[in-house]
Design a protein around this ligand. Structure first.
Ligand code: ARG
Length: 463
């Protein structure tokens, strides 16, 4: 803590104090303080470069760098805190530095603006957290993959329109989410490439008149490239919009998985029991076990979609270059990061501790006509056109419903009686097991195909 309040970085031109209400509206320290590490590391790289290029004397650069290192360590161990009255993280760091090393601190901001500084901070922050998010997504993928391997052989009804459609393997269903998450990770990785561009050197908007070495700063901070256009560098937030869109899509996937767990754990389905660790009770109904975490995975998606829409809306009407509206990028991004980093691991735990009920799934497929397509396919193999076979089986289904039986209750003879077209055909395809076994097409739900899929998933996860 400094003894005097953090001075503004721009007081000279002003005669009167800022109105307290306006201070409150303008202040961003409450949320951008979380950029402290990036802000200081960025400043260390900038000050080192100023010293090495002779823009400021090397001895002064050393003093600044040493002061910044101490502040970094002090903030990390909690022995130093920001002045809560500072306007933003950049002001807060500079005032800590001034308190430590005196007026030479004022040379740190040579050849720099808060505009290129904040863009640099956000890019560094994103590189760090996107790595964490990708690791969390990979863990959820691993949980799905391991469950798919463990439950291989369990057959469940597959749905379209939430109506029983065709039998599928539970493993196949779980792996569908694996691949969604794989694309989410790829999207994040792809966005990272465009994030790794250094804005510093762009100054306020027009570049700087000092002979800065941008490449040196980029290398020190681990950026792949330096920006090509100073206006673009300070006003571009598409790296954040891209992240938010990728996060929103990821959360939509989490939401759909959450929704299925909600459905499957209901009395009506009974396909899964979620562990006590990821469910909650009711304050009035003693018997209740509610799938709150799965519901929150669904609910939190709305929030992250909102974050994405919020930044898109903020940016859409802004003229070049920097505008203060852009300060609004942070809360949306931080909220999305926090939400994703708690939701994804919560789903991982939910999947890892879930107990699936193969018998219930089997029972659910009794008399559900989910092998009707297989029967039609068998007729086609006997020479019938698919459209005709479809009609024949449709009539068979109608008859079964009228009699209160399922397709599996009919013998080949009975089928032939009801549908003379089927006489003499081997109609053993009526069992769900046969249905599964017959779908050995690449990417299909056949057990052998799913084994190949599991191997591909394993490879995707380790590459
Ligand atoms: N707090 C500001 C932001 O997040 C930092 C940049 C301020 N630049 C300025 N010219 N006022 O966007």
């Amino acid at each position: 803590m400094t003894d005097q309040p953090a001075a503004k970085l721009w007081g000279g031109r002003f005669e009167a104090e800022t109105d307290p209400l306006i201070e409150r509206l303008n202040n961003s320290l409450a949320f951008d303080a979380r950029l402290w590490r990036e802000d200081i590391e960025g400043s260390i790289a900038h000050a080192s470069m100023l010293g090495r290029t002779g823009i400021i004397p090397a001895s002064e650069a050393d003093l600044i760098v040493a002061g910044l290192r101490e502040i970094l360590a002090g903030l990390a161990d909690g022995s130093i805190a920001f002045d809560p009255g500072a306007e933003d993280v950049h002001t807060a760091v500079e005032s800590l530095l001034r308190a430590r090393i005196g007026p030479v601190a004022g040379k740190l901001h040579t050849a720099r603006s808060r505009n290129d500084q904040v863009a640099t901070d956000m890019r560094m922050y994103m590189r760090r957290v996107v790595g964490e998010i990708r690791a969390a997504v990979a863990e959820l993928q691993r949980a799905l993959l391991e469950t798919a391997e463990r439950e291989l052989g369990v057959i469940m009804p597959g749905f379209t329109h939430l109506q029983h459609a065709q039998p599928i393997l539970l493993s196949h269903h779980l792996l569908a989410y694996f691949w969604m998450l794989q694309r989410d990770r790829e999207r994040l990785m792809d966005a990272e490439r465009r994030t790794s561009v250094l804005p510093l050197g762009a100054g306020a908007l027009a570049g700087t008149s000092f002979p800065v070495d941008r490449q040196m700063v980029a290398e020190a901070l681990g950026f792949e490239r330096v920006s090509e256009n100073s206006l673009d560098a300070v006003s571009d937030r598409d790296f954040l919009m891209e992240f938010l869109m990728a996060a929103a899509i990821l959360m939509v996937h989490c939401s759909r998985l959450g929704e299925e767990l909600v459905l499957w754990s209901s009395q009506e389905f009974g396909f899964v029991t979620l562990s006590d660790a990821v469910t909650t009770g009711s304050s009035i109904m003693p018997q209740k076990k509610n799938p709150d975490i799965a519901e929150l995975a669904r609910g939190k998606a709305g929030r992250v979609i909102g974050d994405a829409v919020s930044l898109l809306t903020t940016m859409k009407g802004l003229p070049l270059a920097y505008n203060k509206d852009m300060q609004e990028d942070k809360e949306a991004v931080f909220d999305a990061v926090d939400t994703v980093l708690v939701t994804v691991p919560a789903l991982t735990l939910t999947i890892r501790t879930a107990a699936f009920h193969a018998e219930r799934m089997q029972t659910a497929m009794r008399r559900d006509f989910s092998t009707a397509t297989d029967l039609a396919d068998a007729l086609v193999r006997g020479g019938m056109a698919f459209r005709d076979a479809h009609g024949v089986v449709g009539r068979l289904v109608r008859t079964c419903i009228a009699r209160g039986i399922g397709l599996e209750d009919l013998s080949s003879e009975q089928i032939a009686e009801l549908a003379p077209e089927a006489r003499g055909l081997d109609l053993a395809g009526l069992t769900v097991e046969h249905s599964i076994a017959s779908r050995s097409v690449q990417g299909g739900t056949g057990t052998d195909a799913v084994k190949i899929q599991i191997a591909a998933a394993r490879a995707a996860l380790t590459s």
